[in-house]
Design a protein around this ligand. Structure first.
Ligand SMILES: *[C@@H]1O[C@H](CO)[C@@H](O)[C@H](O)[C@H]1NC(C)=O
Ligand SMILES: *[C@@H]1O[C@H](CO)[C@@H](O)[C@H](O)[C@H]1NC(C)=O
Ligand SMILES: *[C@@H]1O[C@H](CO)[C@@H](O)[C@H](O)[C@H]1NC(C)=O
Ligand SMILES: *[C@@H]1O[C@H](CO)[C@@H](O)[C@H](O)[C@H]1NC(C)=O
Ligand SMILES: *[C@@H]1O[C@H](CO)[C@@H](O)[C@H](O)[C@H]1NC(C)=O
Ligand SMILES: *[C@@H]1O[C@H](CO)[C@@H](O)[C@H](O)[C@H]1NC(C)=O
Length: 315
């Protein structure tokens, strides 16, 4: 995903470039743009870097992920840079679909180099899209720019984090789809084989690719784990036992084979099973096509740990 970024500028202006690290802490993949350059999908818990001239004026933004659109559209979240000044734009009349922070890799000093934050759709600390500032404020080491503008010295890099607080529900709320990773591995995803949404399609491990085959909705209450936007649910079959292969089946409220308990220990356990049976990575096999199974639950077994938001490998 890094190759899509244009590193040309870093070569031409080698002495005065600025690095931007973009982090996705949302519970689903988001598509990242540097102005018109599409960097593609950035998976949950991952980051990418881009290099621009240190006096770059432009926007780093994501698409309207909330309702699955791939297009830039209402609800976009934009981190805006203009030389040493930076700020957030929120779309007119629209909720943020994700929160964002812009943080220099530098401690704040004298009112400079602060972190611009917007984690709520009530956020006031942003410019409304369609009403761009005509003049940017001036600033110096003694005088910080007026909010919602921020400034930092040109020799510092920046980190832009989308969904800095996953608890916000932008778009991390339970009704929104998530990827489900074996044992916190952000590269591997629970996947509907062949994206064939039909009774009895096997459920397997596959490299995360941002496709609908890997988007799941964990429905509170019933405990069902539904292939997002479809009528199919993770299903343990009529006689679940050690080694039963997992499939999807048409969702049916109250069906024991579809009632899962996503426990605090990150186990996905059949609620109604007296035998305590868990979703299990067969033989720890993380290869593509590895079909997942049901197995007796074991507390210390990492083959039974499933996570939706892997750790971001950055401070
Ligand atoms: C950025 O700096 C370069 C090299 O100093 C200069 O050629 C260019 O015009 C500047 N761009 C802007 C937008 O100020
Ligand atoms: C979702 O899609 C509809 C129809 O395209 C659009 O009107 C709406 O603004 C979108 N919402 C968000 C948050 O992107
Ligand atoms: C899928 O299974 C459900 C429940 O067993 C059944 O009602 C439905 O007709 C099946 N769908 C197809 C296309 O066979
Ligand atoms: C499932 O496997 C475990 C461990 O291998 C074993 O102790 C248990 O008896 C098995 N359960 C059934 C129902 O065979
Ligand atoms: C789910 O598992 C937790 C233990 O992690 C347990 O306290 C809770 O009662 C279980 N819920 C159901 C519905 O089985
Ligand atoms: C899994 O499949 C993808 C897509 O075909 C491929 O790029 C990747 O290398 C495969 N992963 C492994 C571990 O073979």
């Amino acid at each position: 995903m890094l190759v899509a970024l244009c590193f040309l500028f870093s070569i031409v202006f080698a002495a005065s470039s600025r690095t931007f690290t973009v982090v996705n802490r949302c519970t689903i993949p988001i598509r990242v743009f540097f102005d018109n350059d599409d960097s593609g999908f950035l998976h949950t818990g991952r980051y990418l870097t881009g290099s621009k001239p240190s006096n770059w004026s432009g926007e780093i933004y994501t698409n309207s992920v909330l309702n699955g659109s791939n297009d830039a559209g209402p609800g976009m979240t934009r981190a805006v840079f203009n030389d040493d000044i930076y700020y957030i734009i929120r779309d007119l009349g629209s909720d943020f679909n994700v929160g964002v922070t812009i943080a220099p890799f530098s401690a704040p000093e004298g009112g400079l180099c602060g972190t611009a934050t917007c984690t709520s759709n009530k956020c006031r600390n942003a410019i409304t899209y369609g009403a761009p500032p005509l003049t940017l404020p001036s600033f110096s080491d003694q005088f910080a720019p007026t909010l919602p503008f921020y400034a930092c010295h040109s020799n510092f890099a920046f980190r832009v984090t989308f969904c800095p607080k996953t608890s916000d529900g932008y778009p991390g709320s339970s009704s929104n789809p998530v990827e489900i990773h074996p044992n916190g591995n952000p590269d591997k995803c629970l996947d509907v084989r062949g994206a064939k949404f039909a009774n009895s399609t096997l459920v397997q491990i596959y490299d995360c690719n941002g496709t609908p085959a890997q988007q799941w909705t964990i429905v509170q209450g019933t405990g069902s784990i539904q292939a997002a936007g479809t009528i199919y649910c993770l299903d343990a079959g009529s006689g679940p036992k050690n080694g039963t292969q997992m499939r999807i089946w048409q969702c049916s409220n109250g069906r024991a084979a579809q009632a899962w308990n996503y426990t605090n220990g990150d186990h996905i356990e059949l609620s109604t099973s007296g035998l305590a049976e868990c979703l299990d990575l067969k033989d720890g096999n993380l290869e593509n096509w590895s079909v997942v199974q049901i197995y007796q639950c074991f507390d210390q077994n990492t083959n039974q740990v499933w996570t939706t938001v892997p750790e971001v490998p950055l401070n």
